[in-house]
Design a protein around this ligand. Sequence first.
Ligand code: AMP
Ligand code: ZN
Length: 141
Amino acid sequence: MSDDCIFCAIVDGEIPSRTVYEDEETLAFLDANPLAPGHVLVIPKTHHERLNDLPEALSGAVLDALYQLVSPVETAIEADGTTVAFNNGAAAGQEVPHVHGHIIPRFEGDGGGPIHAITGSRPELSDEELDSIAEDIAGRA
Ligand code: AMP
Ligand code: ZN
């Protein structure tokens, strides 16, 4: 629990939420300012800022809750698909510093973009640079 965290306050029942799913480790509720009807947030019940900060077992629990919810959300909202994503860190647009996965219902022709639209332009990378990046990440994973 973090004292000034709005999502910890939801877990503790101090702030109301429209809960759609709960298990021992995770909670899911409707986004208060939805991008589409049925926009759901999935959070771990304990306070961790970013995905990187989650204990490994908890990362599995969060993914499992997302998995449990994708079909119910799509069916309830009659959506054609969903964008499932994390804003991971302030640079990526994360405003609430308690890790949360978004499930955003999508509809044919809804005018929204794919995840590929989130950066302004694509970097020009040589084969050597790509090889080096892949090697660096693989060496740390
Ligand atoms: P992010 O930019 O990924 O940090 O997204 C934070 C999300 O939390 C936004 O979509 C907000 O609409 C949502 N949000 C903020 N406060 C609440 C709240 N009290 N209940 C439900 N959703 C909230
Ligand atoms: Zn929190």
